[in-house]
Design a protein around this ligand. Structure first.
Ligand code: GDP
Ligand code: FE
Ligand code: FE
Length: 187
């Protein structure tokens, strides 16, 4: 699908601020894909669609999880964790996107997971470092993303887990599996 059609699909589903974030993720993901030799069109599609479900009703999202055999571990969690898997579901069933790498990049953009593909890493990192994002430590993450994709992903998941622990927030199991995977130690 063309960029304009995808943007038209997401535009009414989110406030202006989230749309601006999405454009930033798209541009950052395309630039990372170019730098690391990944498919820029796939990066563009996954980035545009990654937050399309962010403002959906949580119970409606849980109903989709239950009725369509999505991972039942999602059920106790809120929109923060549900919106990635639901975005992938809608992209597949409403937009007819069949490419599993694009769908996985959307599905795992919040939590990461063990064994991420390069496209998944690109979308995860782009979501954290796009130009409109502001938080302590982001400059170091942006610099790391200039040099090495694997190291950038390691720095990003470390940052996310540290943030969640400091805030005493519960951590989704896939985020922990992702963190352990990037440490690269034997378990
Ligand atoms: P956004 O959708 O562009 O704002 O970014 P993300 O999809 O990466 O993250 C959405 C929200 O989920 C952010 O507030 C994260 O801090 C939060 N988040 C990410 N992983 C976890 C987790 O494992 N547990 C909890 N409780 N929140 C998480
Ligand atoms: Fe998100
Ligand atoms: Fe996002």
């Amino acid at each position: 699908m063309e960029r304009e059609a995808l943007l038209e699909y997401i535009r009414p589903r989110m406030p202006e601020k989230r749309y601006i974030h999405t454009i930033g993720v798209m541009e950052t993901a395309i630039s990372l894909a170019k730098k690391y030799g990944e498919d820029t069109k796939k990066a563009e599609i996954a980035a545009i669609l990654h937050d399309l479900a962010k403002y959906e009703d949580e119970d409606a999202m849980r109903a989709i999880v239950r009725e369509n055999g999505l991972d039942v571990r999602l059920l106790p969690w809120g929109s923060e964790i549900l919106h990635g898997p639901i975005a992938a579901y809608r992209a597949e069933h409403e937009l007819g996107i069949k490419d599993q790498d694009i769908l996985n990049a959307m599905r795992y953009h919040t939590t990461g997971r063990a064994g991420m593909s390069r496209l998944e890493q690109i979308v995860y990192i782009a979501d954290m470092i796009e130009p409109d994002r502001k938080y302590p430590g982001i400059e170091l993450l942006r610099q790391t993303a200039e040099g090495d994709l694997q190291q950038a992903m390691r720095a990003c998941i470390h940052h996310s887990i540290s943030f969640l622990v400091t805030a005493e927030l519960p951590i989704y199991p896939l985020s922990i599996e992702c963190y352990n995977d990037y440490l690269g130690e034997e378990l």
